[in-house]
Design a protein around this ligand. Structure first.
Ligand SMILES: Nc1ncnc2c1ncn2[C@@H]1O[C@H](COP(=O)(O)OP(=O)(O)OP(=O)(O)O)[C@@H](O)[C@H]1O
Ligand SMILES: O=P(O)(O)OC[C@H]1O[C@H](OP(=O)(O)OP(=O)(O)O)[C@H](O)[C@@H]1O
Ligand SMILES: [Mg+2]
Length: 302
């Protein structure tokens, strides 16, 4: 069903109310200059500094809210987006969502895992087996791509104990450290999906004033994501050792070299787009630099 055309002059972003993605999502939006006032039931945040409101929901509800046009964007795991769209497609509807940005955190995998003491010989051995999962559509696609017919047992949680309870022969679930699998005597054997948090949005561009607001938010987000890793490296050095010191700077950045008043010394500043290691600082010190400082960058306009 095509959602009705909705006209709004404020952008609405769905984020997880509580759980793994809740705090990083709020931190990211706050780093874009967003401030908000929370409703009494803590389900809605009214954007004060920008016309961007937040809806606080369970992560599973985020794709549907976007597809129905209730929200414009959402911060959610790729695993949830993919499962939702495959579910729609299984029902004959077109996919409704796209990844507008990849955020690089909330990373995990959707893996097939079997009992520790079993041998893995490939997907064919799953024929006729019962597989417990909360991702029936993603698993279904993977199996059908391999021509394997298995029995998918859909569970909403505690998937890892299904084999022990006799509900299933193996599982397909999210894995990060692998600790939960190991605690349940299971081992991962195949990865169906590599996931991370994403900005999910509709497949079509936004209309009315929301398009400009979304552009601005995404522009700020791109800047914030880039700045997160960016550091300003500052140091001092005698003019005589400057070539050696410059040779030890991280690659990429263009250093600014300033004369220090009344001394035969310079101050060097350079933007680094990756972490500056202790080893790097020691190398610079050995080359003759002193008073080295690495500072986070809060904001930047080119
Ligand atoms: N072990 C993990 N390590 C890292 N990221 C994970 C892990 N498990 C899940 N994730 C990612 O974080 C998202 C949210 O996980 P969380 O456990 O908070 O969800 P949930 O229990 O479904 O919460 P909700 O109550 O909102 O439905 C997952 O959809 C996935 O993208
Ligand atoms: O590989 P690990 O680091 O052990 O993480 C994997 C576990 O994390 C998630 O569950 P979560 O802890 O969110 O509990 P839930 O299943 O109740 O959501 C996932 O469903 C796995 O059970
Ligand atoms: Mg959920």
């Amino acid at each position: 069903m095509t959602p009705p055309a909705i006209t709004r002059d404020r952008l609405r972003v769905a984020i997880q109310k509580s759980g793994r993605l809740a705090d990083p999502a709020r931190d990211l939006l706050a780093s874009c200059g967003l401030t908000w006032r929370e409703s009494r039931d803590k389900l809605f945040c009214y954007g004060e500094s920008l016309p961007v409101d937040l809806l606080l929901v369970r992560d599973d509800d985020i794709p549907g809210l976007i597809a129905d046009g209730v929200c414009d964007l959402g911060i959610v795991g790729r695993n949830v987006v993919v499962e939702y769209d495959l579910g729609r497609q299984a029902g004959g509807a077109p996919g409704a969502l796209e990844e507008w940005r990849q955020l690089g955190w909330g990373t995990c995998r959707l893996d097939i895992a079997i009992n520790d003491d079993e041998r893995w010989a490939g997907a064919e051995q799953l024929a006729g087996k019962r597989i417990a999962t909360s991702y029936p559509h993603t698993l279904g696609r993977w199996l059908s791509e391999r021509g394997v017919e298995a029995d998918i047992v859909t569970l909403s949680g505690s998937v890892e104990i299904a084999p022990r309870l006799g509900q299933a022969d193996l599982i397909c679930d999210l894995v990060s450290t692998g600790g939960t699998l190991a605690a349940n005597n299971l081992k991962p054997v195949e990865t169906l999906l590599h996931s991370e948090a994403v900005i999910a949005g509709p497949t079509h561009p936004l209309e009315d004033g929301r398009a400009d607001i979304a552009d601005m938010l995404l522009r700020r987000m791109d800047g914030a994501l880039r700045l997160k890793e960016t550091r300003l490296l500052m140091l001092r050095a005698g003019r005589d050792v400057l070539p050696e010191v410059l040779g030890k700077l991280p690659e990429g950045g263009e250093p600014t070299v300033l004369q220090v008043d009344g001394r035969d010394e310079v101050s060097v500043q350079v933007l680094c787009h990756n972490a500056v290691s202790w080893q790097r600082l020691e190398d610079l010190k050995r080359a003759g630099a002193h008073t080295l400082m690495v500072l986070p960058v809060e904001g930047m306009l080119p």
